[in-house]
Write a protein that binds this ligand. Structure first.
Ligand code: HEC
Ligand code: HEC
Length: 254
């Protein structure tokens, strides 16, 4: 029985790894190219060539108000967005794949950010960059720094490229490092996950999730400086493009 359970767990684990790997370089160049011609046919009239004709909608940015995953994008393309002029379309499967591949890569196609080889990037991430000592990807690694499992879905290539130059500049305000001193004088360093008027939720250095009542705290400081490594002299330009390609391939498990 125990052996059977172990077998099941082991195969689940292997499945998880396969899924994670399937995301490396997941968009085929041929799909992106086909998607670009479909975009010119069906979408340019409304969204414009650079994808930013509507105020508040920037298809090129990689950040969508109505979609997080590729599945969400598929839903938008098939069903439209009710109450807006975003129309439903009866696209075939290959067309959907291509349109999504193009949407996900619009910034590199027309925004001028170069992407290298995702597989080399993955090796740099684990090896020379030692990024995994702080960041979690697909369930592996610590929780202290932002989880990068779906970073490719929530950040465009240009935003990621800036993050590698200057990690602080791009972080969501909620990812900020905080320092807390409790009424008893205990010092807790962590990363802020959420905050309202009365409480703050954070993940401490030892990975505990804490929800603290601000009125009970002696000190609560939002830090602006992490001791983050600088990669300027660690990576060559080409290696940076590989890392970017890898980060862009991380789209969560959808
Ligand atoms: C008739 C005009 C029109 C056409 C054609 C059109 N769209 Fe849209 N689309 C819109 C409008 C308007 C919105 C914004 C809806 C809103 O949020 O107010 C939108 C929103 C979107 C969004 C969501 C953006 C976000 O921030 O969540 C995506 C993705 C999208 N369109 C992709 C496409 C693609 C790809 C095509 C071509 C296959 C296309 N659209 C064709 C009008 C159009
Ligand atoms: C010493 C720990 C540490 C290491 C090593 C590290 N990072 Fe980070 N990284 C962080 C922290 C902490 C933040 C959040 C910065 C902030 O809060 O201002 C961050 C932010 C980021 C962001 C922005 C995340 C977002 O939500 O926009 C990216 C992308 C990133 N790191 C990639 C990398 C890559 C790639 C490497 C390896 C080359 C790496 N990091 C190595 C700690 C680290």
């Amino acid at each position: 029985m125990r052996r059977l359970l172990f077998g099941v767990l082991a195969s689940l684990f292997a499945g998880g790894q396969l899924m994670a790997q399937a995301h490396v370089g997941q968009y085929e160049q041929a799909d992106i190219a086909y998607g670009s011609t479909l975009y010119a046919t069906y979408c340019v009239v409304c969204h414009g060539e650079s994808g930013d004709l509507f105020p508040g909608v920037n298809l090129r940015s990689g950040v969508f108000r109505h979609a997080a995953s590729d599945r969400d994008l598929r839903g938008i393309l098939l069903d439209g967005i009710p109450g807006t002029t975003m129309v439903a379309g009866a696209y075939e499967d290959a067309e959907l794949v291509a349109l999504i591949a193009y949407l996900r890569n619009m910034d590199t196609e027309i925004g001028g950010v170069a992407l290298g080889d995702a597989t080399s990037g993955q090796a740099l991430f684990a090896g020379k960059g030692d990024c995994g000592s702080c960041h979690r990807v697909a369930g592996q690694g610590p929780r202290f720094a932002p989880d990068l499992s779906d970073i490719g879905a929530i950040r465009s290539a240009s935003v990621l490229s800036r993050a590698l130059e200057d990690p602080h500049g791009s972080t969501l305000p909620m990812n900020r490092a905080v320092r807390v001193v409790t009424a008893e004088g205990t010092v807790i360093n962590g990363r802020r996950l959420n905050e309202d008027t009365y409480s703050v939720q954070l993940i401490a250095e030892d990975e505990r999730l804490l929800s603290l009542d601000k009125r009970d705290l002696r000190e609560y400081t939002i830090l602006t400086a992490w001791d983050l490594p600088s990669y300027d002299d660690v990576f060559s330009e080409e290696e940076v493009t590989d890392l970017l390609a890898y980060l862009r391939s991380l789209k969560g498990m959808n």
